[in-house]
Design a protein. Structure first.
Length: 244
């Protein structure tokens, strides 16, 4: 890895509740410098389970998930050599507003879950792991808080990776696309669009996992991992970009 090159992946591991062994295979196969994780293991043993996973694949836990030491449903794993470059790291626990869920409950009951995001500052890059909610009204509030953090840290060097829980036509994609750009901008056509769908892993029909980059960053390659391990380890497929 050159000084200004970085391979970043985003992967929703569903709390390691589907098939941990396949998640291990996926993380080894991705061979990424930074992995933005969503739906980290939670509860009393969540931190130890994430550390065990990272140890098994030769990565460090740069930012833990779980409340309060992390972005709640998000975490960041890094190669040891990347860990040495981390200047600062942080997280934001996002507000939980149950009142905003009333409109959702009219058609479908979904239990609210406290969300968050986290980041590491590597100098050339600031990498975020984000996990937006299932409620559109709540997503609006959360993405505005995320946008303020991007502005504060410098959009040109930011990489925002995560599960947005909405397709590219959604408001959050448009909002993040103003200070940043979709890493696949200019690359997706009608012929290849399905190759970048990430959900569900077994039958990927939606692109709800995204990576956005700042103007100072070039996307050299991007792909969605579709191995057997990726299709069976979680309900999301991992998505990887090579940056410079």
């Amino acid at each position: 890895m050159g000084k200004a090159q970085l391979t970043v992946a985003t992967y929703n591991i569903k709390g390691l509740s589907v098939d941990r062994a396949q998640v291990v295979r996926v993380l080894r196969d991705l061979d990424a410098d930074v992995v933005a994780i969503q739906e980290v293991p939670r509860g009393a043993a969540g931190r130890a389970r994430l550390e065990s996973l990272a140890d098994e694949v030769g990565l460090d836990v740069a930012v833990h998930g779980g409340y309060p030491r992390g972005g709640v449903t998000t975490a960041i794993l890094t190669r040891p050599e990347v860990s040495a470059r981390v200047r600062t790291r942080g997280y934001k626990v996002l507000p939980l507003d149950v009142w905003r869920w009333f409109s959702t409950w009219r058609t479908r009951f979904i239990a609210p879950s406290r969300r968050g995001f986290c980041f590491i500052d590597l100098g050339e890059y600031v990498v975020f792991s984000v996990h937006l909610g299932l409620n559109a009204s709540e997503r609006m509030v959360h993405r505005n808080i995320l946008l303020n953090a991007i502005k504060r840290l410098g959009p040109s060097r930011c990489v925002v990776a995560g599960d947005l829980n909405e397709p590219p036509a959604g408001d959050s994609w448009r909002a993040l696309g103003r200070p940043l750009r979709d890493a696949l901008e200019g690359s997706i056509t009608d012929d290849n669009a399905a190759a970048f769908n990430t959900f569900t892993a077994a039958r990927p029909r939606l692109r709800i996992d995204a990576i956005f980059v700042g103007d100072g960053i070039t996307v050299d390659d991007a792909h969605v991992e579709r191995s057997h391990a990726a299709k069976t380890g979680s309900d999301h497929l991992p998505y990887v970009v090579q940056l410079s």
